[in-house]
Every structure is written in structure tokens, then in C-alpha cells.
Design a protein. Sequence first.
Length: 72
Amino acid sequence: MSNDTEDPKEKLKKFKPKKKKLEVPPEFLDNAKSYEDKLMLVQHLTEREKGRVLLVIRSMLSEAVKSKGRVK
């Protein structure tokens, strides 16, 4: 028999495909000159990385709430 002492969750991790981190090449941002090009780029990124986009928006909102109480 094979090595049965290994945790079943660990066995499953071996077969799961690893998620690649999406990196935006600077050329995409440099080549997006018009508003429509930039909008298409943002739409594409939000479709692929919903969780990361939500985290960014959440942090932006929390910073806005924190700074709202400050005196200018």
C-alpha cells in the first residue's frame, strides 16, 4: 500500500492547479491612452480579480471614513 499517513487535504492540494497571480504589464497602462481603453482594461481586471478589486475598494472606503473625521 501507499503512504496512508498523509492527510487527505494535502493529497488534494497536490492535484489542484496553482492559481497564477495576475500581473498587469506596464505596457497595458502605457498603451491605454483614451478613456475607453482604460475603462476596458479596468473591466477586464475586475472580471478576472474580483476579490482583489473588492479589497482595494474596501481599503479606499475605510481610509475615506477615517479621514472624514479629521479636521482640515
